[in-house]
Design a binder for this molecule. Structure first.
Ligand code: NAP
Length: 282
């Protein structure tokens, strides 16, 4: 059973920084709702937010974090902010995108910056990485990683012997899409998995295996799914704009899943893609 005890528990990355073990996701959330959701989540004890240039809500997320810190005396360093590079469009374009995201969020630095997807081709991907490494050197980004990278993209990045190896690969992973090929490669190379769509977008809450385990442990299907991620050592990013659900999704500590339950959930894999799957892109 995972030994994480609260929303403030962390996992150490190869960058030396410690990432909170559970984040609020804000994909497809308007700026107005992002401000409210991030504020509620922080009040509930969440300490990490997953945004992206693409989502158009970096400014609202950043403002909510700054306001929360001001109101509660919380230090900026105690809240983790992730954002992502929308497209691989070359070295200079990446430099500009980083500058824009920094201005948008207004947080002084970005905790984690990810390449959102491998689309764009090898040359552009590697140029993005170079620009991101430099931003770490400048102190405006603390940790860097990738998202939606398949094994071939990870091999390509590691083959360039990067100054800074990737610390994170953010992919869709849940019991209905377990991506063992990618997760085992990442485990071998010290790359932490961030699990997006950890609730499978609420599409399988009535699956019989999930329902049986949920009633056995006395938790909701959503909680069992988040807990499955934690048991695997992943960092889940459940998204909700409703405070009661944010609370539910974070009530995943002080209990756990037995190995046989984790295995039964692993057996539900049906390669369910809830959004997109760029992991085989050229
Ligand atoms: N890197 C990428 O390409 C990528 C792609 C997709 C997602 N992500 C990240 O991962 C995060 C999560 O993924 P996701 O938003 O696609 O899917 P998800 O977290 O698996 O599911 C979100 C859906 O479940 C509902 N929900 C949340 N908690 C619930 C609960 N306790 N009971 C019932 N329904 C519940 C939400 O509705 P309400 O909001 O109405 O509660 C929403 O419709 C995103 O926000 C984003 O940060 C990254």
């Amino acid at each position: 059973m995972s030994n994480l005890t609260s929303l403030k528990s962390t996992i150490k990355l190869n960058s030396g920084h410690s990432i909170p073990c559970l984040h609020l996701g804000v994909y497809e959330v308007s700026s107005r709702d992002t401000y409210t959701s991030v504020s509620s989540a922080l009040n509930l004890g969440y300490r990490a937010i997953d945004s992206a240039e693409w989502y158009g809500n970096e400014a609202a997320a950043g403002r909510a974090i700054r306001d929360f810190c001001d109101k509660t005396g919380t230090k900026r360093e105690e809240v983790w902010f992730t954002t992502k590079l929308k497209s691989n469009s070359g070295y200079e374009a990446t430099k500009r995108a980083i500058k824009r995201s920094l201005q948008e969020c207004g947080l002084g630095y970005i905790d984690l910056y990810l390449i959102h997807s491998p689309y764009g081709g090898k040359k552009q991907r590697l140029e993005s990485w170079k620009a991101m490494e430099e931003a770490v050197g400048e102190g405006v980004i603390r940790s860097i990683g990738v998202s939606n990278y398949g094994v071939s993209h990870l091999r390509e990045l590691l083959a360039m012997k990067p100054q800074i190896p990737p610390g994170i690969n953010q992919i869709e992973v849940h019991p209905f899409n377990t991506r063992v090929d990618i997760t085992s490669f990442c485990a071998q190379h010290g790359i932490v998995i961030q699990a997006y769509a950890p609730l499978a977008k609420a599409m399988r809450f009535s699956h019989p295996v999930l329902k049986t385990i949920a009633s056995k442990v006395g938790k909701t299907p959503a909680q069992v799914l988040v807990r499955w991620s934690l048991e695997k050592g992943y960092v889940p990013l459940p998204k909700s704009v409703r405070e009661a659900r944010m609370k539910e999704n974070a009530d995943v500590f002080g209990w756990g899943l037995e190995e046989e339950d984790v295995k039964a959930l692993d057996g539900c894999d049906e390669y369910l893609v809830t959004d997109w799957d760029p992991t085989n892109a050229d």
